[in-house]
Design a protein around this ligand. Structure first.
Ligand SMILES: C[C@](O)(CO)[C@H](O)COP(=O)(O)OP(=O)(O)OC[C@H]1O[C@@H](n2ccc(N)nc2=O)[C@H](O)[C@@H]1O
Ligand SMILES: Nc1ncnc2c1ncn2[C@@H]1O[C@H](COP(=O)(O)OP(=O)(O)OP(=O)(O)O)[C@@H](O)[C@H]1O
Length: 284
């Protein structure tokens, strides 16, 4: 059972406003160019520091992820190992973000764990060091630790600050789990988009190179995207399954949400170039 403490630490979702796949490296990972923006839709974590070393996680995720695989416990363990900290922690997770949706919930939980425990344990590692540790857990973890919207290259860890317009988004959640690894292993994934300079990318038309393939493999994604495109410029985020449409006004997004067929689910959220985690840190 989750017994939330007084004030939680947010773990916000991200959108990939565009995602280009430029090539494959020898280690199997892909070279990407992508634009990350946060949204104000979050998981929440709470932490209680203990004097002895065990780590314990309470969550409302059910059996979805074994403790040994959970990025929260993996992040906490790694921070303990690297910092030599002998304290422990009890951690509560209020999971709200859909899993396997391409909005980065697992990576964001890991980032929030590293940032919060670094503060609460007094381990005092720099943001840069936390980002290095985060990268060992997933390609998307560093941007969540950095907390600022960013243009990213490499496998997603070479970050340059960016300030895309903070639209209101209607995010739809097709009822399928898309495996990131499976999409990146698919022989039909296009991997040859030329690398462009940041200015051309920011001013060009934004696309997701994984979208056609995911729509082909998962008809539910294709159907959801087609529905949303009737109302707004819309794309997939990450390797899916979630798709998002952009709106100038919150009410426009809410009006479309109200029309959603009963077999679809979604939520409205605001784009944020500074993450809610970064804002929480600034309050300390
Ligand atoms: C596609 C994105 O969501 C864009 O934001 C991310 O790059 C994915 O980041 P992530 O979920 O943190 O990914 P990881 O957990 O590091 O990797 C999952 C799997 O995706 C593949 N992968 C991931 C990132 C990348 N640049 N190239 C890849 O080929 C790898 O096969 C890896 O086994
Ligand atoms: N705390 C966690 N929350 C969610 N997933 C977790 C967590 N810990 C481990 N995982 C594993 O990570 C997988 C991907 O989860 P996540 O919700 O981050 O997907 P995603 O939104 O598609 O991420 P990305 O866009 O980074 O690929 C899950 O299917 C699950 O097996």
């Amino acid at each position: 059972m989750i017994n939330k403490l007084s004030q939680g630490w947010p773990a916000p979702a991200k959108l990939n406003l565009f995602l280009h796949v430029n090539g494959r490296r020898a280690d199997g990972y892909h070279e990407l160019q992508t634009l990350f923006q946060f949204i104000d839709y979050c998981d929440y974590l709470d932490f209680k520091v203990t004097d002895t070393s065990p780590l314990k996680l309470h969550s409302n995720m059910g059996n979805a992820v074994a403790d040994s695989d959970n990025l929260i416990l993996r992040a906490a363990k790694l921070l303990k190992q690297i910092s030599g900290c002998d304290k422990g922690a009890e951690i509560w997770l209020d999971k709200r973000l859909p899993m396997g949706g391409g909005i980065g919930g697992g990576s964001s939980d890991a980032a929030t764990t590293l940032v919060a425990l670094n503060h609460l344990w007094g381990t005092q590692l720099s943001k840069q060091k936390l980002m290095e540790i985060g990268l060992q857990l997933g390609a998307d973890v560093p941007v969540f630790i950095n907390g600022l919207a960013a243009f990213a290259e490499g496998v997603g860890e070479e970050l340059q600050p960016a300030s895309p317009k903070e639209y209101w988004y209607l995010v739809l959640i097709p009822n399928v789990h898309v495996s990131t690894a499976e999409i990146f292993q698919d022989p039909e994934l296009p991997r040859d988009t030329p690398k462009l300079d940041i200015a051309s990318l920011m001013n060009g038309s934004w696309q997701n190179d994984c979208q056609s393939l995911v729509a082909k493999r998962h008809p539910q994604v294709a159907k959801t995207l087609l529905w949303l495109l009737e109302y707004a410029p819309s794309r997939m985020t990450g390797t899916g399954a979630c798709v998002f449409g952009e709106f100038e006004q919150q009410q426009q997004a809410l009006d479309v949400l109200a029309k959603l067929p009963s077999d679809m689910t979604g939520f409205v959220a605001k784009g944020a170039n500074t993450s809610s985690l970064e804002l929480r840190l600034a309050q300390l």
